[in-house]
Ligand binder design. Structure first.
Ligand SMILES: *Cc1c(COP(=O)(O)O)cnc(C)c1O
Length: 459
């Protein structure tokens, strides 16, 4: 069975770079193959594995293709995929040291490596969670605990109902998962203070300063490294100076932007990020480990642990240096998702990670350079990282039509967005395997679709 799965996986990966990137099947077709009522007696395991594998060739969007530029989606390095298979094979419950000493130690080491790469305090708390959504949740839970602890209130027993009001400040350009985390944590969204952002989506420090002047009591400020549309960074050094002076907790959502810290040439973008109180990021985006893996990092490890930790009589909890992973994230039982992170970092080394990040940025600049040379094509953002926003003929409908045509054509896949009222094509280069040739071929396809639509319009 393992050999069958391995052979099918090899075939799948072999075909990904050459197949159309887009989806090739609709719900009805997928249901006709996969659906029906549950049989009374089951089928042979080999038959099921074969059917899944066969269906995936046309049923899956090839989002690990080197020419997939939608959302912010990484691929998977062979070493990270192999490590992930071992994780499933071992079937370890990574919750506590007593169940899985090896995984606990791997997490401890991987956490240390990440703090080192990101230039963050080596005694910060680190939790491996499902993605940046849960990393934001975990960090903001720690923030909620921390700002109330400082005024003598234990929110874990009082809840928000029994606590003084916490003011939460975000940017007008915060990622939607910040709002979702705030909902999960009982803050709601109506009472969040929103600070204006500039044309690139960066929080404006003057506006933040004016906002903070009006607030008193416990305050949490959410800033961002890597805007999901433009890739821009909030001016973190200035923001940190303001939040520190006010005694506020500064959280930075760095789902992909935190990785700028792993390349000395790019650290100017995230300057001051190390002054924050908590940071969230993803490994399944730019580090190219398989889904799912995000990372929550908190300067004040005690606040982090207090917000997440559980105790029960039957648990065997460590009293020594050993790490109980469940203390650092919302889950109780969970997958050993830190193992692919460990394997990928060990395989790339410091210079390999730096090269991965710079390579994606270079490919984004390549995209912007080639596209901008073509008449009627505008790049809407400063391409500082791996994100490119493109607009065609200064027209919303034309831009949307080009996006749809590119998606249908199948050479590459990318999505659309609305940037400050303007429809735009969104390109994100996050896959380790994307080559210069992939970008050249994709840019050609995009321009071909644009020319075709322009010609049909004027003809
Ligand atoms: C992708 C993203 C998130 C959410 O991350 P998930 O891994 O999808 O949970 C949060 N913030 C930013 C800026 C992102 O780009």
């Amino acid at each position: 069975m393992i050999a069958l799965a391995s052979e099918e996986a090899r075939l799948y990966l072999q075909q990904v770079p050459d197949r159309p990137v887009r989806h090739q099947a609709d719900r009805e077709r997928l249901l006709s193959v996969l659906g029906g009522s549950l049989a009374t007696s089951g089928a042979a395991p080999e038959q099921i594995v074969r059917q899944l594998a066969d269906t995936a060739h046309w049923g899956n969007v090839a989002c690990n293709s080197p020419r997939y530029f939608g959302f912010v989606i990484g691929g998977a390095y062979p070493v990270s995929l192999a490590a992930d298979w071992l994780v499933s094979t071992w079937d370890q419950n990574a919750g506590i040291y007593a169940i899985s000493p090896m995984v606990s130690v791997i997490e401890e080491v991987a956490a240390g490596w990440l703090l080192d790469l990101f230039g963050l305090p080596n005694d910060a708390g680190v939790g491996f969670v499902t993605g940046c959504q849960m990393a934001n949740f975990t960090c903001l839970a720690a923030a909620r605990h921390g700002v109330l602890r400082r005024i003598g209130v234990d929110v874990e027993t009082e809840g928000l109902a029994g606590s003084p009001r916490i003011h939460v400040v975000t940017s007008a350009e915060s990622h939607v998962t910040i709002d979702i985390a705030l909902r999960y944590l009982g803050f709601g969204t109506r009472h969040v203070h929103r600070v204006a952002a500039d044309a690139q989506g960066r929080m404006q420090p003057d506006a933040l300063a004016a906002m903070l002047e009006t607030l008193s009591g416990p305050i949490i400020v959410c800033a961002q490294a890597g805007n999901v549309n433009t890739g821009s960074f909030d001016p973190l050094a200035e923001i940190a100076a303001l939040t520190n002076a006010k005694g506020a907790w500064l959280h930075v959502d760095g789902a992909f932007g935190l990785w700028a810290q792993a390349n000395p040439e790019l650290r100017h973008l995230s300057r001051g990020i190390e002054l924050a109180d908590s940071w969230s990021t993803d490994a399944h985006k730019w580090l190219n480990v398989p889904y799912d893996c995000g990372v929550a990092i908190v300067r004040h490890a005690n606040d982090h642990r207090a917000a997440m930790m559980s105790t029960a009589a039957y648990l065997v909890q460590t009293a020594g240096k050993e790490r109980d992973p469940t203390d650092w994230g919302p889950e109780f039982s969970r997958r050993a998702r830190s193992v692919p992170v460990y394997a990928t970092l060990a395989s790339l080394g410091r210079s390999g990670v730096a090269a991965l990040i710079e390579r994606s940025c270079a490919r984004a600049r390549q995209f912007a350079g080639v596209l901008a040379e073509s008449p009627g094509v505008d790049i809407l953002n400063d391409v500082v990282l791996n994100q490119v926003l493109v607009r065609f003929d200064q027209d919303d409908a034309r831009t949307r039509a080009v996006i749809a045509a590119v998606q249908q054509e199948g050479t590459c896949w990318l999505g659309g967005t609305v940037w400050h009222g303007l429809a735009a094509m969104r390109i994100s280069v996050s896959n380790w395997a994307t080559s210069e040739a992939d970008v050249a071929r994709s840019a050609e396809a995009i321009l071909r679709c644009h020319r075709m639509l322009s010609a049909s319009q004027s003809g």
